[in-house]
Every structure is written in structure tokens, then in C-alpha cells.
Design a protein around this ligand. Sequence first.
Ligand SMILES: NC(=O)c1ccc[n+]([C@@H]2O[C@H](COP(=O)([O-])OP(=O)(O)OC[C@H]3O[C@@H](n4cnc5c(N)ncnc54)[C@H](OP(=O)(O)O)[C@@H]3O)[C@@H](O)[C@H]2O)c1
Length: 381
Amino acid sequence: MKNITILGATGSIGDSALSVIALHPDKFNVFALSANTNWQKMQILCEKFQPKFVVMMDESAIEELSKVTSNNIEILHGAEALDTIASHNEVDFVMAAIVGSAGMSSSLAAAKAGKRIMLANKESLVLAGNLFMQAVHDNNAELIPVDSEHSAIFQCLQSGKSGLSKIQLTASGGPFLHTPIEQLKTITPDEACAHPNWSMGRKISVDSATMMNKGLEVIEAHYLFNLPAEKISVVIHPQSIIHSSTYYEDGSTLSQLGNPDMRTVIAYALSYPSRMASGVAPLDLAGNSPLEFYAPDLNKFVCLRLAFDALKQGGNAMGTLNAANEVAVEHFLNHKIGFLEIANIVERTLDTVQNTSAASLEAIIANDKTARKTAQRIINA
Ligand SMILES: NC(=O)c1ccc[n+]([C@@H]2O[C@H](COP(=O)([O-])OP(=O)(O)OC[C@H]3O[C@@H](n4cnc5c(N)ncnc54)[C@H](OP(=O)(O)O)[C@@H]3O)[C@@H](O)[C@H]2O)c1
């Protein structure tokens, strides 16, 4: 029986993880759950899974939750408590599924405690890739990607990297793949969040629409698989059936395929190196034809270009990209800026904030603050 902590339990990945775990009560026990504000959903999860600990970030959410949950569940508050449930000595597996840079510290705590980290929070790698991978290595932690593309590459690379010439991440192209740039100016948050294939949280849905999500994934892949930007490519595949591919010197290409459903990825992360049922239907290839592929248009999807540029610059440029994007996306979701302004704000922030070394957590956090302030100033101007 493996004890599991789910960070970000009330989100889209949290939902999928708990639905897979519920299929295998003989294998997994929910030890701890976390959320930000959503105490109503947490109450339902507590009743169903009876965790030992719950962490809420919002103090008023704790008050409400305390009134309605059993005394057997210890309710904690704040970032330090997230680190505690991520590194607790009774925990075996940690699902890192908090959205944004808020998930970095607890992912790092799980790595330092030598856990199996099922990493959905790509921001941990974007901000602190070198520190994070070093912590995984030094503490014999196990890092299993929970992103469909990286899980696909991870699966393709099970027999090693011999003869590997490049990896290729697939991208759906989001809801605006065929929308002319001029029409993107007036896109609403709901339109941007209506992803054609994947059901996800609102922030990552907007990132998919701008293709910043693919850019963050390129950076994530760089750290996970220790490959330079030149060996990572992106192809648009609107059906999201091929999740990603590895290319070899002998002309061979391996791909991992499946229905677009994160439960497959999560089941693999939980059962690795074995496999187990996820609740996802088998793939019907004939029913999904034709499969299409296109090269991404970097003039339209500027965020993808900016992410490649930031990766090539190194240091804190990737953290700056991420921070500016988080600020811009939040403003877009709150109807304060237009869709096309997201890329513009990220680019101007990258041009303004001086790139520094990302050698320490303090430097990374300081840069994150500076980048957020700069992005906010650019928006206010
Ligand atoms: N969804 C996908 O299919 C998918 C696929 C691959 C990777 N990912 C990655 O997985 C992560 C989660 O994505 P998601 O789509 O599941 O997001 P989501 O649906 O928005 O859920 C986010 C979770 O994080 C919690 N949270 C939000 N702000 C927080 C804060 N400041 N501190 C602590 N917890 C906070 C939320 O709690 P409340 O509910 O209380 O707000 C919720 O439990 C992201 O990094 C995303 O890029 C997602």
C-alpha cells in the first residue's frame, strides 16, 4: 500500500488522480490533500478519501472546512504545511499538481525528501530546473512526468537514449489554430478556455491557446531529459492522439499514442514500471482518422518563440517568462487585457528584466518578484 499526498487536489489533475486512485483501493491510500480556497470541494474529498492531513492556503477556507469535517483530519495552513505533507516520512508518492509557481517549494520539498514525485507542476522545472534536478539526484527521488507529452517521451525512452537525435513534443494548437491573427484581438477568456481536446484548469487552458504551454513544456523537457533546445522540436497535431515522439539516427521514430485523457498518464506515474487500469477507453485509430500534422507558426504563436529564446538564454530568463505570463494570464482571465497582449507583456518583461543566475532558490524567488512587478508596471502603463 502506497501513501499518497496530492498537492492541488481540487484541480483538474487532482480530479483525474483521485479517480484513478479510487479504482485501486488495494494499492493506494490518500494520506494528505491540499487546495487553495475551494473548501466545499475539499469537504467532499475528505468525506470520500479520509486523508490524515489537509492543507488549505486560504485562512477563511480553513475556518469553513473545520466546521464540517471530522476531527480525525488535521487541517493545516500555508506554504510550510505544503512542504510538510510533501516530505512527511509516512508518504511514498507525491502528486505535484498545484498550478503556477506556488507549487515550486512543495515539489522541491518532495524531491529533497526522496519521494516519488509525479510532476504535473511544470513551473517547478521552468523556474528552478537545475536545483530541482540536483535535489532529485542527490536524494534518490523518483521523478515521473505527469504531462502527456513528457510521459510519452519518458515511455519511449525506457530502453535508454542510444542513437537519439531529437525529441518532438506534439501540440494540439489550441482552439485558435486556424483563427487568423486579426480575429484574436477580441477573444474572450471563455473562448480561450474552450480547449478542443483536453479538459484542464483555466490558466493552462489559456496557455494552450497562446501556445505558452508548449513553450513551458519545451523547457520542462530540457530538464527532464537533459537535452539542449536544438534537440527539442514541436509539431502541431490537432487530434492529440500521438502524445510525443523520439527520433533516432537510424531513421526510426517512436511515439506514444492514446486518447487525450490525463488518467492514462497518471496511472502510469502511479504504477511505473508496471501498468494498471486507468478507466480510459482503448484507442480507436480508425475512428480518429485522419491524423494531421503542421509546423507551428511562430509569428502567430509568439509565446512559443519566446520560450525557446528564454531557454537558450538560460539563467532566470525562464523564470521571468513564467512570472510575466502568470501575471498577464491572470489579467486576461479578469478581462483587464486582451488575448494578444499576453505575448506582448511577456516579451516586454523579458526585454526589461536583466537576466541573472538561477543558482540559488533566493535568487530565483527574487527574480520572480522583480519580473511580476515589471509585468504589472507594463500593464499599468
Ligand atoms: N490539467 C491538465 O490536463 C494538465 C496537464 C499537464 C500538466 N498540468 C499542470 O498541472 C498543474 C495543475 O493544473 P490543473 O489544470 O489541475 O489546474 P487547476 O485545475 O487550476 O487546479 C489547481 C490546483 O492548485 C490549487 N492552487 C491554486 N492556487 C494555489 C496556490 N496559490 N497555492 C496552493 N494551491 C493552489 C487549486 O486549489 P483551489 O481549487 O482551491 O483553487 C487546485 O487544487 C499546472 O502546473 C498545469 O500546468 C495540467
